[in-house]
Design a protein around this ligand. Sequence first.
Ligand SMILES: CC(C)(COP(=O)(O)OP(=O)(O)OC[C@H]1O[C@@H](n2cnc3c(N)ncnc32)[C@H](O)[C@@H]1OP(=O)(O)O)[C@@H](O)C(=O)NCCC(=O)NCCS
Length: 175
Amino acid sequence: MDKIIIRRLSADDIEMLQNISVNTFIDTYAGHNTAENMQHYLQQHFSREQLLTELINGNNYFFAAFDNDIPAGYTKLRTFENPEQLPGRKHIELERIYTVKKYQGMGLGHRMMQYSLDFASVKGYELLWLGVWEHNEKALKFYTKFGFEIFGEHTFTLGSEEQTDWLMKKELSPA
Ligand SMILES: CC(C)(COP(=O)(O)OP(=O)(O)OC[C@H]1O[C@@H](n2cnc3c(N)ncnc32)[C@H](O)[C@@H]1OP(=O)(O)O)[C@@H](O)C(=O)NCCC(=O)NCCS
Protein backbone atom coordinates (compact mmCIF):
# COMPACT_ATOMS: atom_id res chain seq x y z
CA MET A 1 0.00 0.00 0.00
CA ASP A 2 1.47 3.24 -1.13
CA LYS A 3 -0.59 6.35 -0.89
CA ILE A 4 -4.11 5.81 0.48
CA ILE A 5 -6.72 8.42 -0.27
CA ILE A 6 -10.16 8.29 1.33
CA ARG A 7 -12.93 10.31 -0.31
CA ARG A 8 -16.70 10.53 -0.35
CA LEU A 9 -18.44 8.81 -3.25
CA SER A 10 -21.04 10.41 -5.51
CA ALA A 11 -23.41 9.11 -8.18
CA ASP A 12 -20.48 9.24 -10.64
CA ASP A 13 -18.86 6.39 -8.67
CA ILE A 14 -21.77 4.00 -9.11
CA GLU A 15 -19.87 1.36 -11.09
CA MET A 16 -16.96 1.26 -8.67
CA LEU A 17 -19.33 1.11 -5.69
CA GLN A 18 -21.36 -1.72 -7.20
CA ASN A 19 -18.24 -3.76 -7.95
CA ILE A 20 -16.67 -3.37 -4.54
CA SER A 21 -19.98 -3.93 -2.72
CA VAL A 22 -20.74 -7.17 -4.56
CA ASN A 23 -17.20 -8.56 -4.42
CA THR A 24 -16.56 -7.88 -0.73
CA PHE A 25 -20.00 -9.22 0.23
CA ILE A 26 -19.41 -12.46 -1.67
CA ASP A 27 -15.91 -12.86 -0.20
CA THR A 28 -17.24 -12.36 3.33
CA TYR A 29 -20.52 -14.31 3.31
CA ALA A 30 -20.67 -16.81 0.41
CA GLY A 31 -19.02 -19.51 2.53
CA HIS A 32 -21.74 -19.24 5.22
CA ASN A 33 -24.91 -18.94 3.12
CA THR A 34 -26.78 -20.69 0.31
CA ALA A 35 -26.31 -19.47 -3.27
CA GLU A 36 -30.06 -18.61 -3.41
CA ASN A 37 -29.93 -16.46 -0.28
CA MET A 38 -26.79 -14.70 -1.51
CA GLN A 39 -28.35 -14.03 -4.92
CA HIS A 40 -31.49 -12.64 -3.32
CA TYR A 41 -29.54 -10.31 -1.05
CA LEU A 42 -27.27 -9.07 -3.84
CA GLN A 43 -30.23 -8.33 -6.11
CA GLN A 44 -32.10 -6.52 -3.36
CA HIS A 45 -29.28 -4.43 -1.91
CA PHE A 46 -26.56 -4.09 -4.53
CA SER A 47 -28.45 -3.52 -7.78
CA ARG A 48 -27.34 -0.40 -9.68
CA GLU A 49 -30.73 1.18 -9.10
CA GLN A 50 -30.71 0.55 -5.35
CA LEU A 51 -27.15 1.80 -4.86
CA LEU A 52 -27.81 4.91 -6.95
CA THR A 53 -30.88 5.71 -4.84
CA GLU A 54 -28.76 5.38 -1.70
CA LEU A 55 -25.90 7.45 -3.13
CA ILE A 56 -28.15 10.43 -3.80
CA ASN A 57 -29.98 10.18 -0.48
CA GLY A 58 -28.51 12.83 1.84
CA ASN A 59 -28.91 10.55 4.89
CA ASN A 60 -26.13 8.29 3.55
CA TYR A 61 -22.40 8.86 3.30
CA PHE A 62 -20.34 6.43 1.22
CA PHE A 63 -16.55 6.67 1.40
CA ALA A 64 -13.92 4.61 -0.39
CA ALA A 65 -10.20 4.15 0.23
CA PHE A 66 -8.05 4.15 -2.90
CA ASP A 67 -4.54 2.75 -3.20
CA ASN A 68 -3.12 4.69 -6.15
CA ASP A 69 -6.63 4.92 -7.67
CA ILE A 70 -7.38 1.23 -7.01
CA PRO A 71 -10.43 0.78 -4.74
CA ALA A 72 -9.21 -1.03 -1.60
CA GLY A 73 -12.13 -0.64 0.80
CA TYR A 74 -15.32 1.26 1.50
CA THR A 75 -17.63 2.41 4.26
CA LYS A 76 -21.25 3.48 4.44
CA LEU A 77 -22.52 5.71 7.23
CA ARG A 78 -26.21 6.35 7.63
CA THR A 79 -28.36 8.68 9.71
CA PHE A 80 -32.01 8.25 10.58
CA GLU A 81 -34.71 10.86 10.64
CA ASN A 82 -36.74 9.00 13.27
CA PRO A 83 -34.27 6.78 15.06
CA GLU A 84 -35.57 3.87 17.15
CA GLN A 85 -32.17 3.02 18.58
CA LEU A 86 -30.49 5.00 21.32
CA PRO A 87 -33.29 7.54 21.95
CA GLY A 88 -32.17 10.95 23.10
CA ARG A 89 -28.65 10.57 21.69
CA LYS A 90 -27.28 12.13 18.52
CA HIS A 91 -25.98 9.06 16.72
CA ILE A 92 -24.90 7.77 13.34
CA GLU A 93 -24.61 4.18 12.10
CA LEU A 94 -21.55 2.69 10.45
CA GLU A 95 -23.66 0.40 8.28
CA ARG A 96 -20.79 -1.11 6.27
CA ILE A 97 -17.03 -1.32 6.52
CA TYR A 98 -15.27 -3.61 4.06
CA THR A 99 -11.63 -4.02 3.10
CA VAL A 100 -10.98 -5.78 -0.23
CA LYS A 101 -9.60 -9.24 0.58
CA LYS A 102 -6.08 -8.70 -0.69
CA TYR A 103 -5.73 -5.51 1.42
CA GLN A 104 -6.93 -7.05 4.69
CA GLY A 105 -4.53 -7.09 7.65
CA MET A 106 -2.53 -4.12 6.36
CA GLY A 107 -4.02 -1.38 8.51
CA LEU A 108 -6.66 -0.14 6.06
CA GLY A 109 -9.60 -1.10 8.29
CA HIS A 110 -8.03 0.97 11.07
CA ARG A 111 -7.65 3.94 8.72
CA MET A 112 -11.27 3.70 7.55
CA MET A 113 -12.58 3.29 11.10
CA GLN A 114 -10.59 6.28 12.35
CA TYR A 115 -11.86 8.30 9.39
CA SER A 116 -15.46 7.33 10.28
CA LEU A 117 -14.99 8.26 13.95
CA ASP A 118 -13.43 11.62 13.04
CA PHE A 119 -16.13 12.32 10.45
CA ALA A 120 -18.89 11.57 12.97
CA SER A 121 -17.25 13.74 15.68
CA VAL A 122 -16.78 16.67 13.33
CA LYS A 123 -20.46 16.39 12.32
CA GLY A 124 -21.38 16.67 16.01
CA TYR A 125 -22.57 13.11 16.65
CA GLU A 126 -22.20 11.71 20.18
CA LEU A 127 -22.21 8.03 19.24
CA LEU A 128 -21.18 5.76 16.39
CA TRP A 129 -22.98 2.40 16.34
CA LEU A 130 -23.11 -0.68 14.13
CA GLY A 131 -24.55 -4.18 13.76
CA VAL A 132 -22.28 -7.19 13.36
CA TRP A 133 -23.14 -10.84 12.73
CA GLU A 134 -22.67 -12.73 16.01
CA HIS A 135 -20.29 -15.23 14.32
CA ASN A 136 -18.10 -12.66 12.54
CA GLU A 137 -15.19 -13.16 14.96
CA LYS A 138 -12.74 -11.06 12.98
CA ALA A 139 -15.00 -8.02 12.86
CA LEU A 140 -16.08 -8.42 16.52
CA LYS A 141 -12.44 -8.42 17.60
CA PHE A 142 -11.72 -5.43 15.39
CA TYR A 143 -14.61 -3.38 16.86
CA THR A 144 -13.85 -4.38 20.45
CA LYS A 145 -10.25 -3.19 20.03
CA PHE A 146 -11.64 0.17 18.95
CA GLY A 147 -13.67 0.38 22.16
CA PHE A 148 -17.12 -0.55 20.79
CA GLU A 149 -19.44 -2.15 23.36
CA ILE A 150 -22.48 -4.38 22.82
CA PHE A 151 -25.75 -2.65 23.70
CA GLY A 152 -28.34 -4.91 22.05
CA GLU A 153 -29.11 -7.21 19.16
CA HIS A 154 -31.29 -7.28 16.08
CA THR A 155 -32.34 -9.72 13.37
CA PHE A 156 -30.65 -9.49 10.02
CA THR A 157 -32.46 -11.22 7.14
CA LEU A 158 -30.35 -12.75 4.40
CA GLY A 159 -32.70 -14.27 1.83
CA SER A 160 -34.79 -16.80 3.75
CA GLU A 161 -32.45 -16.93 6.72
CA GLU A 162 -32.69 -14.87 9.88
CA GLN A 163 -29.41 -14.17 11.62
CA THR A 164 -28.58 -12.41 14.86
CA ASP A 165 -26.46 -9.27 14.79
CA TRP A 166 -24.95 -7.71 17.91
CA LEU A 167 -25.46 -3.96 18.10
CA MET A 168 -22.31 -2.17 19.26
CA LYS A 169 -21.71 1.48 20.10
CA LYS A 170 -18.84 3.80 20.84
CA GLU A 171 -19.02 7.19 22.55
CA LEU A 172 -17.31 9.90 20.50
CA SER A 173 -15.11 12.63 21.86
CA PRO A 174 -16.17 16.08 20.69
CA ALA A 175 -14.06 17.33 17.76
C1 LIG B 1 -13.12 -6.25 9.60
C2 LIG B 1 -12.28 -5.58 8.52
C3 LIG B 1 -13.04 -4.36 7.98
C4 LIG B 1 -10.95 -5.13 9.10
O1 LIG B 1 -10.23 -4.50 8.08
P1 LIG B 1 -8.67 -4.74 7.85
O2 LIG B 1 -8.27 -3.81 6.77
O3 LIG B 1 -8.37 -6.17 7.66
O4 LIG B 1 -8.13 -4.24 9.27
P2 LIG B 1 -6.66 -3.81 9.69
O5 LIG B 1 -5.66 -4.33 8.73
O6 LIG B 1 -6.65 -2.37 9.96
O7 LIG B 1 -6.55 -4.56 11.07
C5 LIG B 1 -6.61 -5.97 11.10
C6 LIG B 1 -5.36 -6.50 11.75
O8 LIG B 1 -4.25 -6.32 10.87
C7 LIG B 1 -3.07 -6.01 11.64
N1 LIG B 1 -2.20 -5.08 10.89
C8 LIG B 1 -1.33 -5.49 9.98
N2 LIG B 1 -0.65 -4.46 9.48
C9 LIG B 1 -1.09 -3.34 10.08
C10 LIG B 1 -0.76 -1.97 9.97
N3 LIG B 1 0.16 -1.52 9.12
N4 LIG B 1 -1.44 -1.09 10.72
C11 LIG B 1 -2.38 -1.52 11.56
N5 LIG B 1 -2.74 -2.82 11.70
C12 LIG B 1 -2.09 -3.73 10.97
C13 LIG B 1 -3.54 -5.42 12.90
O9 LIG B 1 -2.80 -6.02 13.94
C14 LIG B 1 -4.99 -5.80 13.01
O10 LIG B 1 -5.13 -6.69 14.04
P3 LIG B 1 -5.93 -6.28 15.33
O11 LIG B 1 -7.34 -5.98 14.90
O12 LIG B 1 -5.80 -7.47 16.20
O13 LIG B 1 -5.22 -5.05 15.86
C15 LIG B 1 -11.94 -6.56 7.37
O14 LIG B 1 -11.39 -7.72 7.91
C16 LIG B 1 -13.07 -6.90 6.46
O15 LIG B 1 -13.35 -6.18 5.51
N6 LIG B 1 -13.73 -8.05 6.71
C17 LIG B 1 -14.76 -8.54 5.85
C18 LIG B 1 -15.96 -7.66 5.89
C19 LIG B 1 -16.55 -7.55 7.25
O16 LIG B 1 -16.67 -8.52 7.98
N7 LIG B 1 -16.94 -6.31 7.56
C20 LIG B 1 -17.60 -6.03 8.79
C21 LIG B 1 -19.04 -6.34 8.61
S1 LIG B 1 -19.89 -5.95 10.11
